[in-house]
Write a protein that binds this ligand. Structure first.
Ligand SMILES: Cc1ncc(COP(=O)(O)O)c(C=O)c1O
Length: 557
């Protein structure tokens, strides 16, 4: 063996063992939660109605959450918490208790954080946006600067509408890092970095599941040139399968404002929240009064339009208002808040803690990734193109959530329209999401679109609705997204892999005309032969994840 060969072999061996080591090092973060198998049937009977893999849209609620909630509803007399009678007091006390319990569940110390109930994450975002608009109205320029990362959900993008054109989109992570290193530099071209500002980004891309650095919120606060810039952290996708405790544990690095939707964590109730770092809460105080409940006094007749808002620190000694008092318009969704209390209790009884969920979902997402990457046509070409920067991230919860975005290709390498994949999967009883998934910047990044291509797409009549054009000039306009939740099982993941395998890689040649049973046989992805009835509601054919190569597969195509 020549010296060069020896060197190459050694290098390859090192790199193999490095990959193995990397996988093993990541493995404490990955553990399948066997107990899900035990309670899945009883707690989630409705999940027998198909294979549900759209937890990024909404996860599924447990049966006992619904029955316990209904018991609470029928055994107690709940009144509007704005009144003073006993049923009202019962509701008011319950709301106070659950507000604190929800903060504790999220790992946010109630002494340092307040929780504002909102209809959903979008409504929470809107509270921040309106507050900045109304505060900016008092500044000389009458605007606030708004910076956001390109991979935001369209709800975060919407804040742009209130910034009167004073905004900047950061194309990628390194642009954010450059800005943080030099706020007056060329990146955003903003000479006045001390202007009132808001920087928003998601903890996790709702399109690809990529987790973005949490450190940016602390970097903004530490930066003396950004002393009037606040941070809005969108935790809607992140909070589904991971604990937010590390985000809130250090007050110096915590976001000023964090939005989320509880139905994405518990399945029910349909409720969201804005978590406000108390020492940043004053920025929201000047939001204009709109709904009842948020004001202490208002003159109702012509002439004097004065209103006095509920501002923390004002009021008599006993009932000093809190941050949330000035931000929750109208009657609180108190029945939903009651359900939230039950949801938190049920969730911790079934799952223990978010750490268990994180390990379970990391394990399954690695399993799904490896299974997808190993799907090949008989001619060797890959069936799917997965949108991930580096395959090693699957299994590393600091970098990747339990969401995978991909597109399907035919054996000639042409994209199969994502619209077709969604409807074929639907017919097979496999429920995934497809399209732009409300994350236009994520589509741009995944599919490496340039701005002009995006504009061409719009001009060709593409819209985010039904009957979209799924492939333009050979390039997809969206993705297929599979997202997992705490109660997802190996069988669910396997069913998606099996559906893709059965639908695309099983050739008609496998039809055995001499077969008296009329069965169409094909090998499954574990190499076992099965009688197929493609396009029937998928009966998961379970193979162990070990049978699907965990290390295999390439990165994005
Ligand atoms: C990352 C992210 N942000 C915001 C939202 C908006 O949440 P909602 O529709 O509950 O307001 C979503 C919803 O999918 C999301 O995934």
């Amino acid at each position: 063996m020549k010296a060069n060969d020896t060197e190459r072999v050694t290098r390859e061996t090192r790199s193999d063992s490095f990959q193995q080591d990397a996988l093993l090092a990541a493995s404490p973060e990955m553990r399948y939660n066997e107990s899900v198998e035990r309670f899945r049937r009883t707690e989630y009977p409705n999940m027998d109605r198909g294979v549900y893999l759209d937890h990024g849209g909404a996860t599924i609620y447990a049966k006992s959450l619904v029955t316990d909630f209904s018991d609470e509803m029928v055994t107690n007399l709940w009144g509007n918490p704005h009144s003073e009678n006993l049923p009202a007091k019962l509701s008011g006390d319950m709301v106070d208790r659950i507000r604190v319990r929800a903060l504790e569940f999220l790992g946010a110390d109630p002494r340092h954080y307040d929780l504002v109930f909102a209809a959903n994450a979008t409504a929470a975002i809107k509270i921040v946006a309106e507050s900045f608009r109304d505060l900016a109205d008092r500044t000389v320029s009458k605007t606030f600067w708004y910076g956001y990362h390109s991979e935001v959900h369209s709800s975060i993008l919407g804040i742009r509408e209130l910034s009167v054109g004073s905004y900047h989109c950061f194309d990628n992570d390194s642009r954010v890092e450059q800005w943080l290193a030099d706020p007056r530099g060329a990146v955003v071209n903003n000479a006045d970095s001390n202007k009132l500002g808001l920087f928003a980004y998601p903890g996790q891309s709702n399109l690809s599941g990529r987790r973005l650095p949490r450190s940016w919120t602390g970097s903004v606060r530490r930066n003396s040139q950004l002393r009037n810039t606040y941070t809005l952290f969108d935790a809607a996708a992140l909070a589904m399968t991971t604990s937010l405790s590390p985000l809130f544990s250090d007050l110096n690095t915590a976001p000023d404002f964090t939005c989320l939707s509880f139905y994405k964590i518990f399945g029910f109730p349909d409720l969201g929240a804005l978590i406000v770092r108390r020492s940043s809460g004053h920025v929201l105080n000047l939001r204009k009064y709109f709904g009842g409940g948020t004001i202490a006094q208002v003159f109702p007749l012509n002439g004097d339009s004065h209103s006095s808002r509920k501002v923390p620190g004002l009021g008599d000694a006993e009932s000093t208002w809190d941050i949330h008092d000035g931000l929750e318009d109208g009657t609180l969704p108190f029945h939903s808040i009651l359900a939230l209390g039950v949801a938190i209790k049920t969730h911790s009884r079934l799952y223990g803690s978010m750490e268990f969920i994180s390990r379970h979902c990391s394990y399954l997402s690695r399993y799904l990734y490896s299974g997808l990457a190993s799907l090949k046509y008989p001619n060797g070409s890959p069936l799917v193109e997965i949108y991930v920067d580096d395959p090693v991230v699957f299994g590393d919860p600091s970098r990747q959530g339990a969401t995978i975005a991909f597109n399907v290709k035919n054996k000639e390498g042409y994209y199969v329209p994502w619209t077709s994949i969604e409807s074929m999967a639907n017919d097979a009883g496999v429920y995934i999401r497809a399209g732009g998934v409300c994350c236009p910047g994520g589509v741009l990044r995944a599919l490496k679109y340039e701005g002009w291509e995006w504009s061409r797409m719009f001009s060709s009549g593409h819209s985010c609705g039904r009957n979209e054009i799924a492939v333009i000039n050979g390039k997809p306009t969206g993705v297929v997204r599979a997202s997992l939740g705490p109660m997802t099982t190996k069988a669910d993941v396997h069913a998606l892999l099996q559906f893709l395998h059965n639908t695309f890689t099983v050739s008609e040649d496998s039809l055995d005309s001499n077969n008296p049973s009329g069965c169409r046989y094909a090998d499954d992805i574990c190499g076992r032969s099965h009688c197929l009835e493609a396009r029937q509601p998928t009966q998961p054919l379970i193979c162990q994840p070990e049978e699907v190569s965990l290390g295999g597969g390439e990165g994005p195509g």
